[in-house]
Design a protein. Sequence first.
Length: 357
Amino acid sequence: MKSLIAIVMLLPAIVFADILIPDTAPPLPPNAEFPQGVAEDIESKGYHVSEIRDDIFWITNGDYHVMAVKTYKGVMIVDAPEPLPFFPPMDVLGAVAEVAPGYPITHMIYSHAHSDHIGGAGIIKEAFPDVKIIAHRKTKRLLAKMNDPKRPVPTKTFSKSMTVKSGGKKIKLHYYGNTHMPGNIFVHAPKEKILMVVDVTFPGWVPFRRMALSDNIGEWIKGNKKVLDFDFDTLIAGHVTRLGTRADVEAQMEYVQDIIDSFDSIMGDPSTLFNAIGAYDSVHGPGAAFETSAKWALFSAFYDASTKACSDLLDAKYIEGANPGDNLKALAGAEAFNFSNCEAYFVARRLGVVKVD
Ligand SMILES: [Zn+2]
């Protein structure tokens, strides 16, 4: 990706001394590869845009996703990602002009308030000052406080659900609580069977660090189940290399269930605690783990040992090539985020803030 190399070369010198990079990277699982033509488009113009069906389009820069709905009055978009140094900046205006030349952007819907997904909204508003900006009321409340010109405050909000109609097209917005952060919404085109839900499911990939950096792990897990309640064929998940399907949601739920099962078995097995005590004592001497000075160190050893037991199980199942007979389960990024996903769940369960059904 030439543009990416150019961007990285412009960055100031990066110090890698304290950053852990695995010395061997697994190959990308086939299930996580770009669909045909996507990587080539991103390399040549910084984005890819294609019609999913019936005038609803997917725009991506290879990591972030935007939904665009062409109507006879203009274009409605969902999200406008922030330009970041890691990827080509998402040229939403260029992509929209390519599929709907001369059409204005009439509506901009925010999936949620996080700046990486909507920090390009100011650029859209500047180009189309009359654009209607729609979001959940909690998103508006947060953005009003932030006063960030990159994320203009919504002009219209809703609490539970809302239907947006324009130029012969209809999409429905729904809210089911803190499925990633307060105000994270489900965007559904029922006729076209397309659903956009961001930072909940990661098609072909493991969830981003610490279960997508979600505020409430239990509600985030419920969000995955809620996705399956919708009638859809195509999921725009907000991230990574491709669009998703119901099978991707089921695959991620299996991944999460493996973490839950691992927690239950490790917490029911006192050997993890004894291993942590033994590991500390073997370095600092017999009985050292129970010295006052070791209080935090013992907790740290216990959490690390529990988390590692969980991530070892996930590594064997989900890292491409780790289990040659079962490569269909492999998910991209497993080597990077298995540990932190296990840790996020373990901490939430230990503190009793995840309800187990
Ligand atoms: Zn987010």
